[in-house]
Design a protein. Structure first.
Length: 154
């Protein structure tokens, strides 16, 4: 028997697909049986509609430095530390909760893209006006040595 996503999961995947496909050089393919979006072959985020058969609709995305801790601590009913990639700062986002804020999800999608996209593609994103202005962002170095963008400290 073929498992099909619930109507809620299917709608969420479509909304995520629209957000992701608007970003430069993003492709989609199945990974581990779930829709997954890549930037030039690097995962930018993964939708997990029922990957662990827990009946939750959620996705995982790369997170800016420190974002996971803040979101999970302040809103544990909406965000979680996903298995396998949580130790790298990825954020789990529940989509089956009341009042999903799709504007905030759109921001998380762009932030996730920024974590894995090459600098030239981030520049294209900035030029298209789909991100913070350069004066509102700063380049920081991750433990792996790759450039990361995050909001400035206030």
């Amino acid at each position: 028997m073929i498992e099909r996503p619930s109507p809620q999961a299917a709608k969420s995947v479509e909304r995520l697909r629209k957000l992701c496909s608007a970003l430069p050089e993003v492709t989609e393919r199945l990974s581990h049986g779930e829709p997954t979006w890549f930037v030039r072959g690097k995962k930018s985020f993964m939708n997990m509609s029922d990957h662990h058969h827990d009946d939750r609709v959620a996705f995982w995305c790369a997170g800016a430095d420190g974002a996971q801790e803040v979101l999970v601590e302040t809103q544990p009913d909406r965000y979680f530390r996903p298995p396998y990639v949580g130790h790298r700062g990825w954020i789990g986002v529940y989509l089956d909760v009341p009042g999903v804020d799709w504007n905030q999800i759109a921001d998380l999608v762009v932030d996730a893209y920024r974590q894995v996209a090459p600098a030239k593609l981030v520049e294209q994103l900035d030029a298209a006006g789909k991100s913070r202005s350069p004066s509102e962002s700063r380049q920081v170095r991750s433990r792996s040595g790759r450039g990361r963008t995050k909001p400035p400290s206030r």
